[in-house]
Design a binder for this molecule. Structure first.
Ligand SMILES: [Zn+2]
Ligand SMILES: [Zn+2]
Length: 462
């Protein structure tokens, strides 16, 4: 560790209480995507107290009101702009012992927001920007978890949002237009006895959210089931058909389909006339997701037809696959090793995760790394999720991010410029990226019957 890095560590340590307080506040005020106003309001006050001018995402002209904001730390010297993200949203998980209104931060996003605030404070310390050029854009972003699809579709229809994921929505609002590269740190449970403080893989799956509504006809379940059409049975048959297709999903595409059945809206003695399902199709490339999703939609349509039912298919752009630039990974790995030692850092340049994140959408258009800081025990998205070690999850994370910022933007940003110059983004521009993901949009009443009971099926975009 060099003298400069020791200074950066002190800049974080001086702000330890600010970080710990924010972690506690946001943990105790969990809210799900696009409703994270408690965290938003708390953070806005803290950033403004530090002297930052914020651009509120919900106040950008022409767009709906949502939580989240960004601010720029300007070094005063020309150079690239590095984005650093902190996510705001919690999850519905009513059985977590510390849930509030049925929600907790069981993915640890509250810690990210607390750390981002700590970075904002550290950048205000004397000498913090010495030797750096360019800008650092600190972005508090809502709605990483792709949940509550029906609620988000309502927001979309009202014009409050245009896309389900917060980072995608921020891109749509132009917040990433003048950004050149990006980092973020997610919390992780390194596993019992595992020595690692920092972990990073090569990338992860993209995902596409779906809402599926089977439509039947209600009738007396005891006296006259022959008068009804059972939407629940059609849904069960549809899921059975998709399950039978699983062996046709090829390993190379790492496809995942994991529906939840949202159930019926009627009494037990009524033939259900409606049955709703939410799911994703995940995969290694957007092409694979599109290709396999057609089979899924065909199976759901066939099940509806078999029962004489209807089915509405609603597909939306989700998150694109995330890939990490290996040269960028090497730089981040070195910074983590400088901080905690090589034996506590595990970067796997081949590892592919089948989870998804809207950070993947960022890596479609610019070099980006999402790496993980340990300090959590229990299961991500589990009722045993717990922050066990704030030094590892919060303080280490902040310090590592300062090291990375320095490594990128110091020395006339030579390292950042090289990474940017060598990066081959999947899409040449944000505009091109949106054109590609908009291709996912599908709204189909997939089975239409005529007067004679003949059916026409239509489950594909033209
Ligand atoms: Zn999560
Ligand atoms: Zn998460």
């Amino acid at each position: 560790m060099n003298e400069r890095q020791e200074q950066l560590i002190r800049n974080v340590d001086k702000n330890k209480q600010l970080i710990l307080d924010a972690e506690q506040y946001i943990w105790k005020h969990p809210q799900t995507g696009y409703t994270e106003w408690d965290a938003h309001n708390y953070l806005v006050e803290k950033y403004e107290a530090l002297g930052y001018k914020l651009v509120l995402a919900g106040k950008i002209p022409g767009f709906g009101d949502i939580p989240g904001f960004y601010t720029d730390v300007d070094t005063g010297r020309p150079g690239p702009t590095l984005a650093i993200f902190g996510e705001l949203d919690a999850l519905d998980i009513a059985n977590h012992p510390e849930s509030v209104n049925g929600m907790t931060h069981c993915c640890g996003h509250h810690a990210q927001s607390a750390v981002l605030l700590g970075l904002a404070a550290a950048f205000k310390e004397p000498g913090a920007l010495d030797g750096l050029c360019g800008k650092i854009r600190l972005i508090a972003v809502p709605a990483e978890e792709m949940i509550q699809l029906t609620f988000r579709e309502e927001l979309r229809k009202k014009g409050v949002i245009n896309y389900m994921g917060g980072k995608v929505e921020f891109m749509y609002r132009g917040i990433l237009d003048d950004v050149d590269l990006a980092i973020m740190v997610h919390g992780t449970s390194a596993g019992e006895g595992e020595p690692y403080d920092f972990i990073c893989g090569f990338g992860n799956n993209g995902c596409m959210p779906k809402t599926i509504r089977f439509k039947g006809k209600s009738a007396h379940a005891g006296a006259a089931p022959h008068m009804g059409i059972n939407a629940q049975y059609a849904a069960m048959l549809g899921l059975q058909a998709v399950n039978d297709l699983r062996e046709t999903f090829q390993e190379k595409d790492t496809i995942r389909f994991h529906p939840i059945m949202l159930g019926v809206n009627c009494a037990v003695n009524i033939i259900p006339d409606e049955f709703r399902i939410e799911s994703y199709v995940r995969g290694k490339t957007n092409e694979a997701i599109k290709r396999e999703n057609i089979k899924v939609n065909r199976a759901l349509t066939g099940a509806a037809l078999a029962m004489g039912a209807g089915v509405e298919l609603v597909d939306r752009p989700g998150y694109s696959p995330e890939t990490h630039d290996p040269d960028f990974m090497k730089l981040v790995q070195k910074c983590c090793e400088d901080l905690v030692g090589a034996d506590r850092v595990h970067f796997d340049y081949n590892q592919w995760s089948t989870g998804s994140s809207d950070f993947g959408d960022i890596t479609c258009v610019m070099p980006g790394i999402q790496f993980n800081a340990a300090g959590i025990t229990g299961t991500l998205h589990g009722i045993d999720f717990h922050v066990a070690d704030t030094d590892r999850l919060l303080m280490n994370s902040a310090k590592a991010q300062l090291f990375v910022t320095d490594a990128l933007l110091g020395n006339d940003a030579a390292a950042a410029k090289e990474i940017i110059a060598n990066y081959k983004p999947q899409y040449a521009s944000i505009k091109e990226y949106f054109a590609a993901i908009d291709d996912f949009i599908l709204d189909k009443d997939a089975v239409v019957y005529d007067e004679d009971g003949n059916a026409t099926v239509d489950f594909k975009n033209a």
